[in-house]
Each structure stands twice: as C-alpha cells, then as structure tokens.
Design a protein around this ligand. Sequence first.
Ligand code: PMP
Length: 411
Amino acid sequence: MTALSSLPPPTVTIFEQMSGLARELGAINLGQGFPDMPEDDTLTGAAVRSLTGRSNQYPPMRGLPELRGAIAGWYGAAQGLEVAPEEVVVTSGGTEALAASILALVRPGDEVILVQPLYDAYLPLVQRAGGIARLVSLTPPDWALPLGDLEAAITPKTRLLILNTPNNPTGTQLDRATLEAIGALAERHDFFVLSDEVWEGMLYDGAEHISVLAIPSLRGRAVKVGSAGKIFSLTGWKVGWVVAAPAIAAAIADRHQFITFTTATPLQWAVAEGLALPSSWFATHRARYAHARQRLVSALTAGGFSLLPAQGTWFVVADLAASGLPADDVTVATRLIREGGVASIPVSAFYAEAPERGYLRLCFAKQDATLDEAAARLVRFRTGQRTIGRIGCETGLAAPAQPCKPAHKHR
Ligand code: PMP
C-alpha cells in the first residue's frame, strides 16, 4: 500500500449531498440549514466599517477583548448568566469551538457519551481525540433524554457528555429538571459536560433558553458553545466561542492556538457591535423566523403532514408514518428531491447506530415565496405518493389497504 492509496475516501456529509443534488435538479433546498431571507444590514454594515476603519491584522489569540466582553455582557442580559471575559475564548465558528473543546478535554481511551440524534461533527472529533463513544438516544415524539439510559452509559472511564440544546435536528430543548439531573450525575461521577448551544437565540412561542451554565452543579464543569453565525443568521461568518470556568477555558484556548490561532478580526468587531444591540433588535430578528416557521407548519399541516412539537432552531421534523408516508426516511427524501423537487434531510443521518427511520427534517428559514412553493410541492408529493401507492402503510412500498395509523399522537 502506498501513502497515497492509504488515504481514506473523503466523506461527503448528507448536507452537502442534498445541497449538491438540489442545485443539480433545481429543487427547493429545505435541507441544509441556511436562511435565504434578505440580510439585515446592521451587522454587515458594521463589518464593512470594521474592514476599512479597524484592524485587519491578527487579533489576540483568545479573541478581541471587546468581543469577549460583549459576549459576557450579552449572556448577562439575555440569559441572566454571570460570565467573566476570561471565561470566553473566541473561535472560528461553533465547529472550531467543538473541536478545541473535545481535543482539550478528551484523552485517548476516555469514554464520551453522545446523544442521538447527533450533530455530524461530534463523533469524528471524539474519535480523532482517541475517545470511545457511548451512545444514548432521545425518544420521539418529544425527544426526551432518558436519564436511566444516560446513567447506564456512565462508567469509571466516562470523561465527557456532549449535549445539544436546542437540538438540531429535533428543534427541542432540554428542560431545567433534566439539566439538573445531569449536573448531579456529572458531580457524582466527575465528568465534564460540553453543551452545544449554538441555537440558543432561535426559540419561539415564548420558550426561554436554559444553559448548562445556569445550573449550579454544572457551572464549574461545563463548556457552553455559541455561534454568531446562528444568533445573527450569518452562517458564513464562522465566528463562535466557548464559555467555561477559567481553568477549562485556558485548556481549550491552548488547543485553539494550534488549530486556527485566531478568528477574522473585522468580523469580531462587527459581532461585538451586534451583541450590544438592544433586546428589541433580537426580538424582531427572531420574529421573522417565528413567522416563517408558522407559515410552513400551517401549510404542511393543512396538507396532511404531521409535524413533531418543537421549541426552536430553523427546523421542523415531519413524522412520516403519521403523515401517511410510512417508508424509511432515506427513501422518502430521495423520492422527494427527485420527484417532488424539494430537498430535505433524513433524520437517520444524525445517528451513528440504531437510527430512527421515520422522520424528515425540513428547514423553514426561507422567504415566504420559497416556503409557499416548497409546501405546495410537498403536499403534491404526499398526495401523489399515496395515490400511486409508491409509499403505503403495510410494506412501506405498496398501496395502503387501510387508512394509515399515526405512530404517535401529537400536533
Ligand atoms: N452545532 C450545531 C448543532 C449546528 O447546527 C451547527 C451549524 N449547523 C454548528 C454546531 C456549527 O456552527 P458554526 O457554523 O458556527 O461552525
């Protein structure tokens, strides 16, 4: 075997695959999570001013002091958290925050508990750090975390638990009682908790974000990951951060120093300005997404789809069986993009083992016209599949002889 032939084949994520197919086929892309709304120029204007009027040279390794202060201040105002600037490390997106945290906390042979459905970066990063993954699964339709399963996954080798709240793909959040129970377990068994909270700014219907750092038993052993890309809907900016007790933040900064070292200086200035905007700006920003969500949910529900309850993110999850499409999610997603003209993401793609196969994730962060056309196509597709019997109740492929029975009772 040569050095070249020993290289592993490249992995193409499901998000890239679906976006590529959507471009090729001209499908509406409700797959990958990015907004197509016109951008608010508050942040982009600040970035333009920063590019020409501030520095374009290396910022301090841990981030501009102004941004670290702004992050601490924003968490105080928005979530009532007491955060000191030395607890903040600015990274190149939430993704680098996750990488630096996992590489800092996990040693070869350590066990790491991951919760499925899981964001695609977690497992490869844990493996790269030499960690051994233990998997626990959320249970639909409410995607609750079964604490008994979590406790059963803990061993003397457990070093880290990775959480994602609000969760991508489910759109649900962990409640305070669950986080407190996790805190008690983390204290008793002495492990760290890494909480991916990049969706913290996208909660609807009055739901409030509950951070791991708001839980006293977790405050000294948890790492919170945030992302300006999600808070301001500027996914290409890749400005993120970690917040953790000073000793943990220092260990993570040590990794960050040799991954990217720093993050684009002008964008850091712009995000610092953005985080100082009044709370009304954030409320207006969120309201646009609440509107988009309502528009897609109403149209799909009226057209016979059954969507699972959720509190946040840019995603809704359709229950395929309850929507009268009781086939596996990859089959439905493939037919939907090819025959229905809409890209989606099968939820099974978020599992490393024993996947749930009956759910499809749809991104609603789109303009009204895009959502209306996508919903019309989805409803047509659903009706068409049922009429021609390509997807039915009994085998998943034959026409239904009986009306389809929903798998779960929910809105
Ligand atoms: N974690 C989750 C759960 C996400 O959904 C995303 C983005 N889709 C990220 C992390 C990555 O964040 P960023 O784009 O800031 O790297």
